[in-house]
Ligand binder design. Structure first.
Ligand code: GLU
Length: 553
């Protein structure tokens, strides 16, 4: 037995499996040629950041470009300090709410699907230790007994000397060259240790790789003897990344660009373990304008950083995804103009068309996108979605909408399905206000008139209209009746005529309609008034006209 083998046994006496065993347990996936496997790998923080949803969408779309691609969810819970209780549910719910449910991996609290699990890192300790043991046998890893103080003093010494590179490497790596006897004595004395990589890198070498988003990148090779296993035997992110993405057979690593500087280390780790290096795609963070500058969308400062913000405000998932697609690929909007009704999944997403710098988050833009998305939904769709939202967030709206489904759908049908649908609603929390004048339970009349119309004239219009209106009139009859009201009251039915000679009239047919509109809805701008009248019916219209009339008299 070599010293390395003896050391491996001493460090991992309970590990009996070999890497080859795991190669058999987690074989190549046997997908079709070129099929992509990618993943979302968050820490369980009890929170899904918009950037996390964005990364998931990119990762998933990358896999969707191939027929049998796989998008899976792995929970990276090795950092116990950061973990919060049941931090997984918010992530899974968030993904599901926006249509990003993974194909495999962690599917719920203590629930998994797929043949490459466990998908929660805290359940994979034996796998990491098996690979770590094999690295020790190959001389590529060693135990480091340095205490926090010793590491600090190495750093202080490096600062004093002014070494161009700092850290635990080559001759500074004190435990690198300990003899087997020294290692054995320390272990038997119960000294705590981490397991470090014996980096095969050299400061003179450079490493090149092709990032699918950022393009060609060249960086110095890694020379640091990084920690692979912490003193508790739990892996660091770097080591777990190599082991997991190998055994889960990930082909494309899509992740935040804060990891880009670690790629030389990651490539070295994959190679040290004898693994094929996956393709990398590093996403820039979503930025926010702040005081004239730009900064990352922050979990602490910005409520809109959490995807729950969008769920609670009632943005349909289609809108949020549509918006994220506009920031993902700059050609998305042009594609959408030509493919108005196409499902989002039909968009030919291309990783290479992602911007290498961070996209600016713009809530107004999201609202515009969402108004468009909602404007082309059917009334039934709007009803179903708004009802589901209301059930969770607005009991009053829920009660109103569920009490009379046909009536609610009637409201939502107005001006829908036309060539130019209205774009009034960006999110479901705006619906109650939008429909409020249809429901006396939540309607507070406000009969204020535009300045150019006097109360006397308004009263005269309403008195005349009360005599002729009928909610059952078709649109032409309805509008002809309004035109006929005009002349006897000093208005003109002809807007052009009015414009030519405004002094000759009190106003035109538009002003007459406004009086009626305000009396019925308390608004100067509404969807089609004829449809509103038809839906409210004769009794209600009569009551409203009379109530307004009383106000003006
Ligand atoms: N847990 C890492 C993070 O949250 C994952 C990075 C990766 O996708 O590999 O940043």
């Amino acid at each position: 037995m070599s010293d390395y083998e003896k050391l491996a046994e001493l460090l991992f006496p309970d590990i009996t499996k070999t890497p080859e065993d795991y190669e058999k347990i987690y074989p190549e996936r046997g997908l079709s040629e070129g099929a992509r496997v990618s993943r979302f790998a968050p820490s369980p923080t009890g929170f899904l950041h918009l950037g996390g949803l964005f990364a998931s969408m990119i990762s998933r779309l990358t896999t969707r470009a191939t027929d049998d691609g796989v998008f899976f969810l792995r929970i990276e819970d090795t950092d116990k300090k950061r973990e919060i209780e049941d931090g997984v549910s918010a992530i899974i719910t968030g993904l599901k709410d926006f249509g990003m449910t993974p194909d495999e991996g962690v599917m719920g609290f203590n629930e998994e699907s797929g043949n490459y699990g466990p998908y929660q890192q805290s359940h994979r300790k034996e796998i990491y230790q098996t690979i770590a043991k094999s690295l020790v046998i190959k001389g590529l890893a060693y135990p480091c007994f340095c205490s926090e103080e010793e590491l600090n003093s190495i750093r202080a010494e490096q600062e004093k000397v002014g070494t161009p590179i700092q850290g635990y490497f080559s001759e500074w790596a004190k435990c690198r060259e300990l003899s087997f006897e020294e290692q054995k004595a320390n272990i038997e004395a119960g000294k705590p240790y981490t397991l470090r990589l014996r980096s095969p890198g050299s400061a003179e070498n450079r490493i090149k790789f092709d990032d699918l988003i950022k393009g060609k990148i060249e960086m110095p090779e890694n020379i640091q003897d990084v920690v692979l296993l912490k003193t508790d035997g739990i892996p660091t992110y770097h080591f777990a990344h190599a082991v997991d993405d190998h055994f889960m057979r990930t082909t494309h690593v899509v992740r935040g660009d804060e990891w880009i500087s670690s790629v030389p280390l990651h490539i070295q780790l994959f190679k040290a373990c004898g693994y094929r290096v996956p393709k990398y795609a590093h996403i820039s963070p979503i930025m926010k304008e702040d005081n004239g500058g730009k900064r990352k969308l922050s979990k602490r400062k910005d409520p809109e950083a959490s995807v729950s913000f969008y769920t609670e405000s009632g943005y349909p998932k289609e809108s949020v995804i549509e918006y994220l697609l506009t920031i993902a690929n700059s050609n998305f909007e042009d594609w959408r103009k030509v493919n108005k009704d196409a499902p989002q999944s039909a968009f030919p997403f291309n990783l290479k068309k992602m911007s290498a710098s961070g996209a600016l988050f713009d809530l107004n833009k999201l609202n515009d996108v969402s108004k468009n998305v909602i404007s082309v939904m059917t009334a039934d769709e709007v009803y179903e979605k708004a009802l589901i939202w209301a059930k969770a967030y607005d009991e009053e709206l829920y009660n109103l909408f569920s009490k009379d489904e046909a009536f609610a759908k009637g409201i939502l049908s107005i001006d829908r399905g036309t060539a130019k649908p209205r774009k009034d609603i960006a999110k479901w929390d705006e619906i109650k206000d939008y429909v409020s004048y249809f429901y006396n339970e939540i309607y507070t009349p406000d009969y204020s008139l535009p300045e150019n119309i006097s109360k006397e004239d308004a009263a005269a219009v309403l008195e005349a209209y009360l005599k002729v209106f009928d909610a059952a009139d078709d649109k032409d009859t309805w509008f002809n009746k309004i035109k006929e009201l005009c002349e006897p009251l000093g208005f003109t039915p002809n807007v052009k005529e009015y414009k030519k000679n405004p002094e000759a009239f009190k106003g035109h047919v538009g002003d007459v309609s406004t009086v009626i509109r305000v009396a019925i809805t308390s608004r100067r701008n509404t969807p089609d008034l004829h449809s509103i009248i038809a839906l409210l019916g004769n009794d209600e219209i009569k009551a409203r006209l009379e109530s307004a009339l009383k106000e003006y008299k």
